[in-house]
Design a protein around this ligand. Structure first.
Ligand SMILES: [Zn+2]
Ligand SMILES: [Zn+2]
Length: 356
């Protein structure tokens, strides 16, 4: 079968690999119907994820059909349609019992990082009962595609942000995770969501889709000033740092009001500075990233109810054969790309790339 591997720092490649097989009783083999490229794949390619293994098949955001199950799989059977969680977790250890599945002693982010992932035709999914979420009949693979990663991240971030009704929420970054953070933040009833990005097209889309109320491009306006003007000089009630670029960490605490919560979702490739001497008395609470994707069933119900909708983010879709072009277009934000979706099977468009 075809699969994309992380060769070594700076290199990913589409190669032929043997079909995966069941290795453990709780494994399932999933036929990948839809997969995506995530910015975390780019971080791996750049050598920014030290725990990623060379030679591993990339891809940790995908949905598909179960084609084989190990003897220990209880909840799923062959033919079931599932969205797969970025995290593999046992559901029983100290961390899992508290919902901290990212820190599962048996798992965490394994797929597409330390074990073969979903940018392939087939994939072995460990601890399938915990790691798969059933897709209701009314929901397509594409509607469910982001449940296990980028939407799980936005939903988790919004949850730990402890947003109160009427809050002013600041989201730094309007890429895929920024957008899902905004749509999830909306569920908690803030008064204003301010979106910040250097990409004007992304800001316009966020506004047009109703995900934010105010947009700021820091190349033209001072973010802290805009936020202060909206809050009688106080600063944002909750800040989400999703961008992970240049000075965005610094911006996150500067734009926060005293006693705010600053949720740092970004995956940095370099160390950041926390100048406590400059924020003394501001009494901030920082919560740092690494999604606990433990609420995927809840997210699926919200999609079914029409409260969350990520279809707008799919700007490109193409077969697995074209994925290297996808890496280039997605990484460089060409053609207005927000999400590149891979269609290993049953492509809706038989050949070529469709752009909306
Ligand atoms: Zn990801
Ligand atoms: Zn566990």
């Amino acid at each position: 079968m075809k699969a994309v591997i992380y060769e070594n720092k700076g290199s990913v490649r589409l190669v032929e690999k043997p079909m995966p097989t069941i290795l453990e009783p709780r494994d399932a083999i999933v036929k990948v119907m839809r997969a995506s490229i995530c910015s975390s794949d780019l971080h791996i390619r750049n050598g920014g994820v030290p725990r990623a293994k060379e030679g591993v098949v990339l891809g940790h955001e995908f949905a598909g059909e179960i084609v084989e199950t190990g003897v220990g799989v209880r909840k799923f059977s062959v033919g079931d349609r599932v969205a797969v969680n970025v995290e593999s977790f046992c559901g029983e250890c100290f961390f899992c019992r508290r919902g901290f599945v990212n820190n599962c002693i048996e798992g965490g982010w394994e797929l597409g990082c330390r074990i073969d992932g979903g940018q392939a035709e087939y994939v072995r999914v460990p601890t399938a009962d915990m790691s798969c979420t059933r897709i209701p009949d009314a929901i397509s693979y594409e509607q469910a595609l982001f449940v296990g990663d980028v939407l799980a991240t936005g939903y988790w971030a919004a949850g730990i942000g402890e947003i109160k009704p009427a809050d002013v929420v600041l989201v730094l970054g309007a890429g895929p995770t920024g957008l899902t953070t905004m749509m999830s933040a909306r569920l908690f009833g803030p008064a204003v969501i301010v979106a910040v990005d250097v990409n004007d097209a992304r800001l316009s889309l966020a506004k047009e889709w109703g995900l934010c109320d105010v947009t700021v491009n820091p190349n033209r306006e001072a973010v802290v000033e805009v936020v202060r003007a909206l809050t009688c000089g106080r600063g944002a009630d909750v800040v989400f740092e999703v961008a992970g670029s240049g000075n965005t960490f610094e911006l996150s605490w500067q734009a926060a009001r005293p006693n705010a919560i600053v949720v740092v979702v970004a995956l940095y490739e370099e160390a950041q500075t926390l100048p406590l001497n400059r924020m003394y008395g501001k009494n901030l609470t920082f919560k740092t990233g690494g999604v606990d994707a433990s609420k995927c069933s809840e997210i699926m119900r919200l999609i079914e109810a029409g409260r969350l909708d990520t279809n707008l983010m799919i700007t490109h879709r193409a077969p697995l054969n074209d994925i290297m072009q996808g890496y280039d277009i997605f990484a460089n934000q060409k053609d207005g790309c927000i999400k590149w979706v891979v269609t290993p099977f049953e492509p809706e468009q038989p050949v070529g790339i469709e752009q909306f």
